[in-house]
Structures are given as structure tokens and as C-alpha cells.
Design a protein around this ligand. Sequence first.
Ligand SMILES: Nc1nc2c(c(=O)[nH]1)N[C@H]1C(S)=C(S)[C@@H](COP(=O)(O)OP(=O)(O)OC[C@H]3O[C@@H](n4cnc5c(=O)[nH]c(N)nc54)[C@H](O)[C@@H]3O)O[C@H]1N2
Ligand SMILES: Nc1nc2c(c(=O)[nH]1)N[C@H]1C(S)=C(S)[C@@H](COP(=O)(O)OP(=O)(O)OC[C@H]3O[C@@H](n4cnc5c(=O)[nH]c(N)nc54)[C@H](O)[C@@H]3O)O[C@H]1N2
Ligand SMILES: [Mo]
Length: 750
Amino acid sequence: MEKQVKTYKGPAGGWGALASSFRHISEQGIVGRGATTLLKANQPDGFDCPGCAWPDKNQHSTFEFCENGVKAVAAEATRRTVPPEFFAQHSIESLAAHDDYFLEAQGRLTHPMFYDGADADGAGGHYRPVDWDEAFAIVARHLHALDSPDQALFYTSGRTSNEAAFLYQLFVREYGTNNLPDCSNMCHEPSGVALGEQIGSGKGTVTLDDFHKAEAIFIFGQNPGTNHPRMLGELREASRRGCRIVVFNPLRERGLERFANPQSPVDMLTGGATPIASHYYQPRIGGDLAALKGLMKSVLESGEIDQAFIAEHCTGFEALRADVLAEDWTVIELESGLSRTQIEEAAAVYRASNATIACWGMGITQHKHGVATIQTIVNLLLLRGNLGKPGAGACPVRGHSNVQGDRTMGIYEQPSEAFLDKLGRAFGFEPPRKHGHDVVGSIEAMLRGEAKLFFAMGGNFAAASPDTVRTAQALRQCELTVHVSTKLNRSHLVHGRQALILPCLGRTEIDVQAGGVQSVTVEDSMSMVHLSGGINPPVSGALLSEPAIVARLAAITLPHSKTPWLWLIEDYDRIRDKIADVVDGFLHFNQRVHQPGGFYLGNAAAERRWHNAAGKAVFCVHAIPRALAGSAPLRLMTMRSHDQYNTTIYGLEDRYRGVSGHRRVCFISKQDLERFALQAGQWVDIVSVWHDGERFARRFLLIEFDIPAGCIASYYPETNPLVPLDSYADRARTPTSKSIPVRLQPAEAA
Ligand SMILES: Nc1nc2c(c(=O)[nH]1)N[C@H]1C(S)=C(S)[C@@H](COP(=O)(O)OP(=O)(O)OC[C@H]3O[C@@H](n4cnc5c(=O)[nH]c(N)nc54)[C@H](O)[C@@H]3O)O[C@H]1N2
Ligand SMILES: Nc1nc2c(c(=O)[nH]1)N[C@H]1C(S)=C(S)[C@@H](COP(=O)(O)OP(=O)(O)OC[C@H]3O[C@@H](n4cnc5c(=O)[nH]c(N)nc54)[C@H](O)[C@@H]3O)O[C@H]1N2
Ligand SMILES: [Mo]
């Protein structure tokens, strides 16, 4: 593909989205069955789209079109495969020389593969096929050889079903550890921490119905045009009925400006498009907390607050009021990068609305002050009673399609005593009580040599984690690394002394166990739980389902377990009955989930019941972070292009930002180009500046973009070498992928 940079003038969605979808279907060689597969996405009798966690509009409606859902489904349903012969031909070393785009494009894994640690003939090591029993025996042998269960780490990525996740955490705890790091640690962890403390529920309080009733929707640090395209459908409807949509994002994201719904014949035939954002503000990276304080100041000064709600439901109001009123506009303007006029304008929209939803994504969570910013967003909502009333509430927009469900099922390194008590009672064992390692803690433990076995249920830890060089060093120090995966990825190549790849069924594939065809369940970003059943025959006869992998591994590793592992996986209803016994809110799970559309888990805060220590919604006072005091001249945010799913690179087009043919780009403002005597089109190295030294990411092409001075942006995972391991969110330990202190230097000639 030719390398290009040009301004995108069209709306989000529209014909561009359709054209791109068909290209991806045909590239995966599934034109014939692509259509049937897609028609079953998010249908009552189909599979849950493995794309994002945005909820389904209506389980009875026809297929809801989503360009990036198409890419996710097409990538999984591909007929291309990576059989054992492929590994015989390619050494691990030679594969490691390729980029992530190449690895993903090779297709689906078909057979369990083992690297035994011997680099015979000097040609680099090779993975060789093993049968399943042998693979499980290898893992069991390693697990038994450890001095303590806490020397093993069990990672989870958020695509794993509820059933697989429940069995997995049970296995890990029966084995004896709470070392259950997960992708949430790098994602919405600050949302859970902030909301749990403040309103007693770590999840969002809104449902889709609220989107139909909201008078204003505030969107902080989120790019739905790319990452949650179906959310644009809701925003389009909201915009058309006059709801105000207020965006805070340093980047001018085209996908938030106008949207043509590929579902709407009128939009498609007339070339019509609906404006999305009614107001677009571009704070500095990390400037949201300051902006929010400005908003609150304006609301408090106007007196337009919900006094009855505050008196009945909240605590801490007087302290918050005093703090906010004492805040100086000069500091607010300086740190937010917005003018007082802009902030007062946004506050006027907020004050005029009787029902406001606040949404946020990675632009808010992946900062040192992520937890504080989220609590400040909620403070703003509380001021006008925008919690627990129709059309209003808090909406953290989750990433992976079942990341929320995995947590609900107990994938958590800091489980509550109550959960462990119930789990232990239901399965007749004494669960470990010591809290385990999160993602950053896991990497540190491997580096110290304290953790020696790394097992991953999905995901791509080597590429997704911060500080790539150190993470690689950490993984390479392990005795054994194991990956349950659908596709080849970097983590298979950055391995321990021995390594296993265990290939599993994907969402789109039919899962047959002794009891017949099985479905799994997932929970979306709005706490709706529903079934997901595959429709395509598995790409290889050797694949196992994730629940089967866990159960068979557990049966071999834990010979004295009282859990009937192999019986449970004959019929997943049996797993669900166990979940009903242990997990709150899942009573009569099977009956409820077998109804079309599934069920809503509920949220106490949405009913104005506050299950936190205070028993009330808490106004939390946070100081404005003084980011400008830092030593590096620029702040880098690392984000997703339109053609990727996290570390999975589908293609090289970032359509709405006008970039095609390459990914090593760096978005920079005109002012900074001038300030540093750089030129658009020039190649630079990005250097992160941290207390323990500098980190480098080489050769990025500068692109002039509408972004505030002092802020630059580039894609993840290429920039992950720049994220220092010990730079993470206060109290949530989420790597600060959206605010890395950096400088630029001209790259050496290639
Ligand atoms: N197609 C596709 N869909 C996905 C994913 C994918 O990779 N591809 N990933 C999934 C996952 S796991 C997740 S978590 C979500 C991620 O979805 P998003 O939360 O949208 O994630 P990002 O693309 O990382 O960036 C979010 C936005 O934050 C803005 N931003 C950065 N820093 C700041 C800041 O300081 N303040 C403000 N206000 N904004 C800021 C950026 O400009 C960008 O528009 O999407 C999920 N869905
Ligand atoms: N710099 C920077 N770093 C980041 C982020 C950022 O914005 N900037 N975002 C962070 C966020 S929000 C997240 S969520 C993490 C994501 O981290 P991960 O969840 O670990 O990464 P993914 O890229 O989603 O994982 C992709 C791999 O999952 C496997 N896979 C796909 N489907 C299935 C399945 O059904 N079952 C199994 N077992 N495996 C499957 C495939 O082998 C594929 O290669 O990255 C984080 N890292
Ligand atoms: Mo995520």
C-alpha cells in the first residue's frame, strides 16, 4: 500500500466503512461465508461480536452493521491457518523478525505446539507439535516443580467467556494463588477503583435506554468512531433528537464530528450525515481534571445544583464546594489548556440539561491521576443529581467484549473475602487469601525471579504491556510460558525457557462437548448478560474450547480436587449452575440467560443505593495535577488506529485521521513543529524521559495535526517501549499510556 497522509473530509461510517468491510472479508478469503457469519453477529441465536463491549441495540433487530466488528469477525473466521508445518519451516527467531501485521495475517493456529528449550543446529528454536495430554502434563509438571503457587502468574485477556473465566479462576485458586493479572489492569482499572469507592459499584450506571433519554452526553477521552462504532449509532439518534454532545479530546477526531449510518438508506443514498459533537473542546493531554474543576466552579457559582439529591444522597459536599470555589481560573486555564470562556460555555450546556450522561475511555484512565479524574467526572454528575435517574449516569465504555464479565466471574488479583468464602464453600477447598500480582506487579515479579511460570488465557502480553524491553526480559526469564490463543502473536515468540501454544476455538466456532453443542455467556459494558454460540465449523479438528482447556489442565494438575472438572464441561449449563451458587446476581442463571436477549445484572447505584463504606455517594476532592512542571518538553499519548484491535493489526489504514500505508507516524501540532525546528514529513525518534533513564522508539514520520501544543500522539503497541514500568495510575496501577514525558530527535538515515 502506498504511504499517504491526507485530510479525511467525509463523515464517519458511510460508504468508506462499507468499502473497507468488504475489503477485509475478501482478504480473509471468506466472501461466501462471510455474509452468513456476519448476519449472526450479536443475534439471539448467534455469537457475541468479539469486537468491543458496547451493548447490542435490540436482540431482535436485524444485523447491526459495524465496520470494525466486521474486521474482528473476519479475522477470526479466516480460512488461513498456521499448521505445524509452518513452525517446522520457520524458526522462532525468524518469525520474531517480522512485524505484528505479518504475524496476525498468517491465520489461525491449528495444533498445540511446544518449544522444549533446545536450539538444535544453531538455526534457532522451533515449536514442534505435541498432543493435548502431553501439553497439559508439561504444564502440570512445571506447576508442581515450583516452590510456591505464588511463583506462577495467570493472565487473562477480556475475550474469555464467563464460563471459561469462572473455571480458570477456580483452577488458579485451587492450585493456590490469586495471581490473576488481566487486561483490565491496563484498561479500566481506574474506573472500578474510582466508582467502587465513590458510589459503591465499580460498573457503569446507564443502559441504552438512558441514551434515548439523555439531554446531554459528555464524552471524555474516547474515540467511538473507531473503537465503539455501534456507539455512533446511539449518538446519531441522540443528536437528531436535539441531545447536546460535548466532546473533550486533545485530538480533533473526525469520527466524532459527523456520522453517516451505513444502516440508513437515506444517509447512504443522499450522502447525508448527522453531526455528532455539538461542542468539541481540545484540552491538553491530562488536562481533563482541571477542565472538570472549571465546569464545577461554573455550576457552583450559578447555584444550579440539585440540592435535594445532594442532601439526601451525598456526603462531602461542603468540602468539595470550598475546594472548587477556591480554585484559581488561571491555574484551571493553564493546566486544562482551555479558556475560561470555553469551559463556561460547556458548563452552560451542562446546566441547561436535566439528564446528562458522562462517558469516558482510555484518554481518562491511562494517566497517573486517572482515578482522581474519574471521581471528578462523577462529582460533576452528582452536583446536578445525574446519577440514578432516567437519561443520566456514569458510562465507562469498556474495551474487550467480555472484560467486564471476566471481573464479575472472579478474574481479579484482589478478590473480596466474601467472594473467596463462597467459592471455597461451593467447591470444598480453602482459597488462598493473600492478594496476587496485577500486570505491573507480575512483570516486576518475573524480573526479580520470583515468578517463573507465565500462563495466558488469550491476549498478547508481550506486546500489550508497558516497557516492552523489560517485559520481554521478564518473560524470557520464565521457566515456562503458555499461551491459549487463536492467532499467532508476539507473545509466542518472546518466550520462556520452554513454551507452549495452546490453540482454542474462537467465538464464531461451534463448540461441541459430550452433552452436545454448547453456548457461552458474556456481559457487556452495560451489565447485560447473554448467550453466545458459534456458527462456523472449527478451523481445525485439534482445537479445544477454553473451558475444556482449563478443565483438562485442572484435572491433570489437581488430582485431589473435589471439583468434577470433566463432568462440568460436558454441558456448560453445569458450569452456569455453579456460577449461580457463587457469584452475586446470577441466581437462576440458566433460566434467565436462555431467554432471548439475556438479562440485566442491575446496578445498585443506578437505583440510588450506595454500597460503599460511606453508604452515600461521595464528593471526592482532588487537586489539579501540575503536569506542566515536568521536565520533558512533550507529552505523548499512545492510541489505536482505525485498522487494529489492540495488538492485532488488521491493516495499515487509519481512515478518519487520513493516514494510510504505514503506522510509524507521530501526530504533532504546527506550533511544536516550529518550536523544535522540525518539519512535517521528517523522520524522528521518540525518546521518553524518566528518572531511570531514556527509552527509545525509532523512526516515526511526523504528521502535522490538529492537536494542542506540547502534546503528540502515536500508535500503540509500537510505542510501548516508551512506557516506563513504574509509571502508572495512583491506586489503580494502570500504565500511563496516555501521558508519557518525551522529547523528539531527528532519526538517523535509514
Ligand atoms: N476497532 C477497535 N475497537 C476496539 C479496540 C481496538 O483496538 N480496535 N480496543 C478495545 C479496547 S480493549 C478498549 S479499552 C477500547 C479503547 O477505546 P478508546 O478509549 O477510544 O481508546 P484509544 O484509542 O486508546 O484512545 C482514546 C482517545 O483518548 C484521547 N485522549 C488521549 N489522551 C487524552 C487526555 O488526556 N484527555 C482526553 N480527554 N482525551 C485523551 C485520544 O485522542 C483518543 O481519541 O476500545 C475497544 N474497541
Ligand atoms: N501503550 C499502550 N498500551 C496499551 C494500551 C494503550 O492504549 N496504549 N491499551 C491497553 C488496553 S486498554 C488493553 S485492554 C490491553 C490489551 O491487551 P491484550 O488483551 O493482552 O491484547 P490483545 O491485542 O487484545 O490480544 C490479542 C490476542 O488474543 C488472542 N485471541 C483473540 N481471540 C481470542 C479468543 O477468543 N480466545 C483466546 N484464548 N485468545 C484469543 C489472539 O491470539 C490475539 O493475538 O493493552 C493495553 N496496552
Ligand atoms: Mo482495553
